[in-house]
Write a new protein. Structure first.
Length: 440
């Protein structure tokens, strides 16, 4: 399978305008098996209630039958099950949970399509791409602001992107590269499959079903044609000064040398997105002064400190190092930390009467997981604060187990010393890791 994907990748790289007219034969039992193995074993089941473990029973026969139905055109995706997960701002994010069988076929198709589109996607696109993660995007943003002439930041947020994608435009975009009508029909089937919410079926006229396996790739394809290519041309032809672009899924940050460029780009970006049924969120899209000269320029005009902006769970702040050099501080977003602590508090109540060793082991995993993502340089205080709040919550939980409880602060301190990881920086400085991964 890897050799077949390499051949597709080479063909896509050799001719950027070639349309692939025969791809379905790559969706074979081997590809389906790879897609099945890539699924999360503990993921929630779809509308049919079948879990990963259920499907694994007699797996080879199931995959052979699924392969046969896909190639005969008899495969019909099931509606996705609608679930909601809380967001940091208190709202609910709708997700579409597909059936295991649909996840397998989507995963296999995504493997084949990724081999083509990874050649086309631009370098400033980081979301849901192999070999690229959130910290790669964070590193690139810090290095871009620090090393280029950036004085203004456009923090752009597309309103309800996954729900507003125009399905007709999506198919037109896919057809730029994919000429196999059987693959096109599969994508159309998934977009039209609909959702089941509270026992009621709702047809899908828009969107890609956030949460499905194929959705991130389709989102990148849509924004590649609707935004990335246009933004890159604008940077080359329209910008009068320096400019950086970074996109992670539907979150976009653009840096400018000149305010006039920033305002022109924002106006034209609104118009561009409206052509493809998208719009910017009026409250979450902001243009702010940010960069190495922002503090001094604002002070001369009698203004306060430069504004901050959020990206991928961090707040970006203009500051200076001890030697007086411009420094970008990345601090864990306060609302994200509070949401995590609230979630942890509720779970601790459910585990209140469990053995302390089990509580300690669970808390070690929670705190360790938080540190694995947030332990970046300049974020030490937030890590220490998170650990301190976890220790306080643990103390309160233990004291509520009994009116005669004699848990003291010294005992909690010993338990924290034994079970809770200490705050320490786990990630390299952005410029160091960026230079290693993208040597010039």
């Amino acid at each position: 399978m890897s050799q077949a994907l390499d051949r597709i990748r080479q063909a896509a790289r050799h001719n950027k305008k070639e349309r692939f007219t025969a791809l379905l034969h790559h969706i074979n039992p081997e590809t389906l098996r790879l897609a099945f193995d890539a699924l999360k074993k503990d993921a929630a089941p779809g509308v049919d209630g079948v879990t990963w473990s259920d499907y694994e029973v007699d797996l080879e026969r199931r995959l052979e039958e699924l392969h046969d139905r896909v190639h005969r055109g008899a495969y019909r995706p099931q509606p996705s099950r609608r679930v909601y997960i809380p967001k940091a701002d208190g709202r609910q994010r709708p997700l579409a949970v597909a059936a295991v069988e649909d996840k397998i076929v989507q995963g296999a198709v995504a493997m084949v399509l990724s081999a083509i589109y990874e050649v086309d996607f631009l370098g400033f696109s980081y979301g849901f791409r192999p070999g690229r993660g959130q910290h790669d995007a964070l590193d690139a943003l810090v290095v871009g602001i620090d090393s280029r002439k950036v004085n203004w930041i456009l923090d752009a947020d597309i309103r309800s992107f996954f729900d507003m994608v125009d399905q007709r435009w999506m198919i037109r975009f896919v057809e730029h590269r994919i000429g196999d009508p059987r693959i096109i029909r599969l994508i159309q089937k998934w977009m039209k499959a609909g959702v089941l919410e509270d026992g009621e079926f709702k047809a899908s006229e828009r969107g890609t079903g956030q949460g499905s396996v194929i959705s991130p790739l389709l989102a990148n394809i849509y924004l590649h044609y609707a935004f990335d290519l246009w933004a890159n041309r604008w940077r080359q032809r329209e910008a009068t000064g320096d400019m950086i672009i970074l996109r992670y899924a539907d979150d976009t940050v653009v840096g400018f040398e000149h305010e006039a460029d920033a305002r022109r780009f924002l106006d034209m970006m609104r118009t561009r997105l409206e052509e493809f049924a998208l719009s910017l969120h009026p409250e979450k899209t902001r243009l702010l002064e940010f960069g190495r000269h922002a503090a001094a320029d604002r002070e001369q005009r009698g203004l306060g400190k430069p504004e901050t902006f959020n990206f991928l769970g961090f707040t970006f702040i203009c500051s200076k190092s001890r030697k007086g050099r411009f420094l970008i501080i990345r601090k864990t977003r306060r609302d994200r930390m509070m949401a995590k602590l609230l979630e942890l508090k509720e779970e601790m109540r459910r585990r209140m009467h469990g053995p302390i060793s089990e509580q300690g082991e669970w808390l070690r995993q929670v705190v360790g997981g938080f540190f694995n993502y947030h332990a970046v340089p300049t974020n030490g205080r937030a890590l220490a604060a998170f650990r301190h709040h976890v220790r306080v919550l643990w103390e309160r939980t233990l004291r509520r187990r009994s009116q005669k409880d004699r848990t003291t602060w010294d005992r909690i301190a010993k338990l924290a010393e034994e079970w809770l990881p200490k705050p320490r920086i786990l990630h390299l400085w952005p410029n160091v890791r960026f230079a290693v991964k993208y040597p010039r």
